[in-house]
Write a new protein. Structure first.
Length: 142
């Protein structure tokens, strides 16, 4: 072998070795499960108080990464998988609406779901701001 190849091959290997350290490692997002009370996550139906959120959060990013639209039919729930479709029924007037869970919350004690303003209007929740509801899972993403 010529002197060039005897010198070039080891130098090439060293250069490749050092350059490989410059490549960034893949970025992995580790998603931790949302903790709730034992058994709270797995349910077909759940009853409790609902509230709504609107203007203050309109246009902001939700936990799912979507932009919150108060005129859409969405909801926030503490433990249901994001993307889950649920039927929310106002137990005072028996009106129902289907919404997609795209955010986390509510963060007030005693509340089980926050609805978008449009969903709240649909089931007559706007007048009082809160109502006793039943949540029924229609389609779960897990």
């Amino acid at each position: 072998m010529s002197r060039f190849f005897k010198f070039a091959i080891p130098v090439s290997i060293i250069v490749i070795f050092f350059l490989s350290g410059c490549v960034s490692a893949p970025r992995y997002i580790v998603r931790r499960p949302v903790k709730g009370r034992p058994g709270e996550f797995v349910f077909d139906k759940q009853r409790g108080m609902a509230s709504y959120y609107g203007e203050k959060f309109h246009g902001r990013a939700t936990s799912s990464g979507q932009i919150f639209d108060m005129n859409g039919f969405t909801a926030a729930h503490r433990t249901l998988p994001l993307g889950t479709t649920v039927k929310v029924t106002n137990l005072d007037n028996n009106k129902s609406v289907e919404v997609v869970v795209n955010d986390r919350g509510p963060f007030l004690k005693g509340r089980i779901v926050d609805l978008s303003k449009a969903a709240a209007i649909e089931i007559g929740l706007i007048e009082n701001g809160t109502a006793e509801v039943e949540i029924e899972v229609i389609e779960s993403k897990e």
